[in-house]
Design a protein around this ligand. Structure first.
Ligand code: NAD
Length: 494
């Protein structure tokens, strides 16, 4: 017993106190990675860091498991349970990786320099500086699309980062408590308890489902007065929600929402937002159009991605990016078109695939393989050079033949390593939680195309997310949060 405990303590100790690390070296290339999201982190996880001087720059010193972010808006999951410190990931690498918590403000393609700026509250003597690179991987993601619709930025909550989820959580409770304020008028109570979600993609659908769960499981039991007026509405410009899923799953989602009493307003395009209502253009069944004002207490805006300014600026520096609109155009090896030594992964890169975590993760892993191979080929080529030098100076025939054999062996190795093919996305399926302990799944690796919805799918959704959660630490934390909410309900303090 004691021996086992000792071994366990030692293994935890050695995990937390890794062997001595290598120092940056002048004869290695400097590889700068921008971002700590799905693309950048899956690259980091698989990269042999001893081949390069690796520098990571991101305004966020943690990885965020975004698929469970909607659950943080209701307190079902605490946000720290889905955060993984980047320092924790980096210290498990063989060679030192430098990390700078900063935003990349400009990428100078010609000079091979990234300008970075410390955007945190505490600033040292230096808060703006430059990082030179030999190779650059851009994985900065995207920002929230607003399509220039007036009032969106000022009045709505987004759902991309941890603080967005926290804002929503506070705002929901603020709406509820304000609605319960003494002498509140009836119209105002209705407005305050109207939760409007704009955008019927998976983000909007999952959030609407989680919010309605919160109401059904906890809110209405704890504050019965809000029963008749608390209402979730999902607004979508297109004729249906979840366009990436099959017709059957769309129908299943729509009927589940009906049971849950979530209102779906399709063919309703928001055109203007004020602090108390949205104005939307509604296409009526007869094809005519009308403008409608919809009052809200909470407005969550989930209409997809837009290009970040730092990316737009870089695109302006590269003639080959002139015709690209939605992000950096890349080739099949994820090299940014027209820019040698710059790669892009995830939502800032334009590929043939949807901007999902799954795609970004696979792109990052592909680049790791590519860079590991590049380092290996470099090393073999150097050895080959050295071998042919020594061969010309060989004294005896025997020695020369021996070197020749070795050269052939190295050349074979070189051919093998150089065989890395272009990036190919392998779709594992799509999963979305729709509330009421139901999920929809489109799982392509199960014999063809199985579309399924329901409670079993939901259990699958849960176990899939648990097994995908980044570290075992996150896995434990998320599982405990789920159990806590089952036992005690969600925490409704603001
Ligand atoms: P999205 O782009 O998938 O959906 C946005 C929706 O907003 C669209 O249906 C669009 O028609 C609608 N819209 C746009 N402007 C509007 C307006 N003015 N008024 C009303 N509706 C308007 O965005 P998302 O849901 O944030 O997803 C972004 C990406 O992330 C997608 O690729 C998605 O597949 C992926 N994602 C996947 C999952 C999952 O698999 N569970 C979860 C979240 C996000």
């Amino acid at each position: 017993g004691l021996g086992l405990t000792g071994a366990m303590v030692y293994s935890i100790y050695s995990l937390r106190h890794p062997e001595e690390q290598f120092e940056p070296s002048p004869d290695k290339k400097t590889l700068v990675i921008l971002g700590t999201g799905w693309g950048a982190v899956s690259l980091l996880k698989k990269l042999d860091t001893e081949n390069y001087n690796v520098v990571v720059v991101s305004p966020r010193n943690y990885f965020l498991f975004t698929p469970l972010l909607p659950s943080c808006t209701t307190g079902l999951i605490e946000h720290r349970s889905i955060m993984e410190p980047i320092r924790n990931i980096l210290r498990q690498k063989k060679a030192t990786v430098k990390f700078f918590e900063a935003e990349a403000t400009k990428i100078d393609y010609e000079k091979r320099i990234v300008h970075i700026s410390d955007d945190s509250e505490i600033k040292g003597d230096i808060s703006d500086t430059e990082v030179p690179f030999d190779m650059l991987v851009i994985g900065v993601g995207a920002e929230n699309a607003t399509f220039g619709i007036p009032g969106v930025r000022e009045n709505s909550c987004f759902l991309k980062e941890v603080n967005d989820a926290q804002n929503i959580r506070k705002r929901v409770m603020d709406c509820v408590e304000t609605a319960m304020f003494k002498d509140q008028t009836e119209d105002e109570v209705k407005r305050l308890l109207h939760m409007v979600v704009v955008g019927g993609g998976p983000t909007g659908v999952e959030f609407a489902g989680e919010l309605q769960d919160f109401f059904n499981d906890d809110l209405k039991k704890w504050i019965p007065e809000i029963q008749d007026n608390f209402h979730v509405t999902l607004v979508e410009a297109l004729p249906n929600v979840l366009p990436m899923f099959s017709k059957q799953l769309i129908d299943y989602t729509e009927s589940t929402f009906k049971e849950e009493e979530i209102t779906i307003r399709t063919k309703t395009m928001v055109k203007n937002v004020t602090d108390k209502y949205i104005e939307a253009q509604v296409t009526n069944p007869d094809g005519s159009k009308s403008i409608e004002k919809i009052p809200y207490g909470l407005l969550v805006w989930a209409t997809g991605n837009a290009v970040r300014p730092v990316i737009r600026d870089l695109m302006g520096q590269i003639p080959a990016q002139k015709d690209s609109r939605r992000g950096l155009a890349v080739n099949e090896y994820l090299v940014v078109n027209g820019a040698e030594n710059i790669w892009a992964v995830g939502d800032c890169a334009i590929t043939n695939y949807a901007p999902t975590a799954q795609v970004a993760g696979q792109e990052g892993a592909f680049l790791a393989r590519l860079f590991n191979t590049m380092a290996k080929t470099d090393a073999i080529e150097k050895e080959l050079q050295h071998l042919s030098d020594t061969q010309s100076q060989a004294k005896s025939n025997d020695e020369r033949n021996q070197i020749l054999d070795e050269i052939r062996e190295r050349q074979k190795q070189l051919r093998r390593t150089k065989q890395i093919g272009p990036f190919q996305y392998s779709h594992q399926g799509s999963l979305a939680y729709i509330g009421k302990e139901r999920a929809v799944a489109d799982i392509s690796w199960l014999s063809g195309n199985i579309a399924s919805g329901g409670t079993l799918t939901y259990l699958f959704w849960r176990s899939a997310y648990l097994s995908m959660c980044f570290s075992s630490r996150n896995r434990v934390l998320v599982a405990v949060d789920w159990i806590k909410a089952r036992l005690f309900g969600r925490d409704v303090s603001r």
